[in-house]
Design a protein around this ligand. Structure first.
Ligand code: NAP
Ligand code: GLV
Length: 330
């Protein structure tokens, strides 16, 4: 019997490729930059399974060109690059990697929060530029106190909750807004559910953890930024387009808010001449939320297991469209 064909769109941990190779003929995209739309189309034209990252646009036109595809395995929790509804319509299972990356991602979220609050990046640049001329000054480099401040979580899912727990560890008051209220979590952790307007006006730190959907695109725009305290700090660890980048630039430049810390941008990657990068009150990291060795290896293994299960006609460990199972006798 001919082995199924699998395309892996980026270099991943070899242990995960070994797992795939036990059941399939595997082709890995060898370049550092991802395949463009045409190249991806070519590669999956005869594939039974594909392992994707958030940089691969898996939309309806692409799926129309992949008649053999049985399973898409996304190496991420976010699925905004995948048309899951169209995949379902075509009977293609979609796997993803939720949960295992929540703690590592929230660690980066909190690192960004602390960095923006205590001006770590800004003061480091000053030291490297030769600005540190006296050892200590009572009035130099004053930042925001984290202890006792209010942390507002937007989207109390798996990462939002980990961010909340880190805030509680720093003795913060944690308020949240999410699509659905979480009474059990409120009771267990002492979290307070509030309306978006209250969250924006009361928080010292607003931290975004919603998926990118039509409802959350530009969730933070001019109006929302104007509702925030002038001392507030915005953290975006979700997806770039959840924040209106132009409005954010104006808000930071004109000091409507104190600072922002971004792990994600719109567009991504951010252009080196993007005006946001001229601002000293912006902290930025290049979408590294889940990038610890342990977490990335676990994500690769989970994505490989999801792909293998799909190829074997079994249930996926994490499936974004499990409604397909009955039609597949699973
Ligand atoms: P999750 O567990 O699904 O949590 C998302 C939460 O947002 C859920 O609680 C959800 O709804 C809530 N939500 C959805 N739409 C909403 C809306 N319109 N208004 C308010 N709340 C809404 O997902 P997760 O694992 O925490 O990941 C969240 C996102 O983080 C991902 O989708 C991805 O885009 C991003 N991410 C980024 C990185 C990085 O490296 N920077 C890493 C991983 C993930 P309910 O309130 O109904 O539960
Ligand atoms: C990363 O951004 C993810 O969605 O896992």
């Amino acid at each position: 019997m001919i082995n199924p064909q699998v395309f892996v769109s980026r270099r991943i941990f070899p242990e995960a490729l070994d797992l795939l190779s036990q059941v399939a003929e595997v082709e890995v995209w060898p370049e550092e930059l991802p395949p463009n739309a045409g190249e991806l189309e070519n590669k999956i034209a005869n594939a039974d399974g594909v392992l994707t990252t958030i940089m691969d646009r898996v939309d309806a036109p692409l799926l129309a060109k992949a008649p053999r595809l049985k399973v898409i395995s996304q190496l991420a929790v976010g699925l905004d690059n995948v048309d899951v509804a169209e995949a379902s319509r075509r009977g293609i299972l979609v796997g993803y990697t939720p949960g295992i990356l929540s703690k590592a991602t929230a660690d980066v979220g909190f690192a960004l929060l602390l960095s923006a609050a205590r001006r770590i990046g800004e003061s480091e640049r000053w030291v490297r530029a030769g600005g540190w001329e006296m050892s200590f000054h009572p009035m130099y480099w004053l930042g925001a106190e984290v202890n006792g401040a209010t942390l507002g979580i937007v989207g109390l899912g798996q990462i939002g909750l980990e961010m909340a727990k880190r805030g509680l560890g720093f003795d913060m008051r944690v308020i949240y807004h999410s699509r659905t209220r979480k009474l059990e979590l409120e009771e267990r952790y002492g979290l307070e559910y509030v309306a978006p307007q209250v969250l924006l006006s009361e928080s010292d730190f607003v931290s975004l953890h919603v998926p990118l959907t039509p409802e959350t695109r530009h969730f933070i725009g001019e109006q929302e930024l104007r509702m925030m305290k002038s001392t507030a700090i915005l953290i975006n660890l979700a997806r770039g387009p959840v924040v209106d980048a132009k409005a954010l630039y104006t808000a930071l430049n004109e000091k409507w808010i104190q600072a922002a810390a971004l792990d994600v941008t719109d567009p991504e990657p951010i252009s080196p001449d993007d005006p946001l990068l001229t601002l000293s009150n912006l902290v930025i990291s290049p979408h590294i939320g889940s990038a610890s060795v342990t977490t990335r290896k676990e994500m690769c293994m989970m994505a490989a297991r999801n792909l293998v299960a799909g190829l074997k006609g079994e249930r996926l460990e994490n499936c974004a469209n499990p409604e397909l199972y009955p039609s597949k006798g699973l």
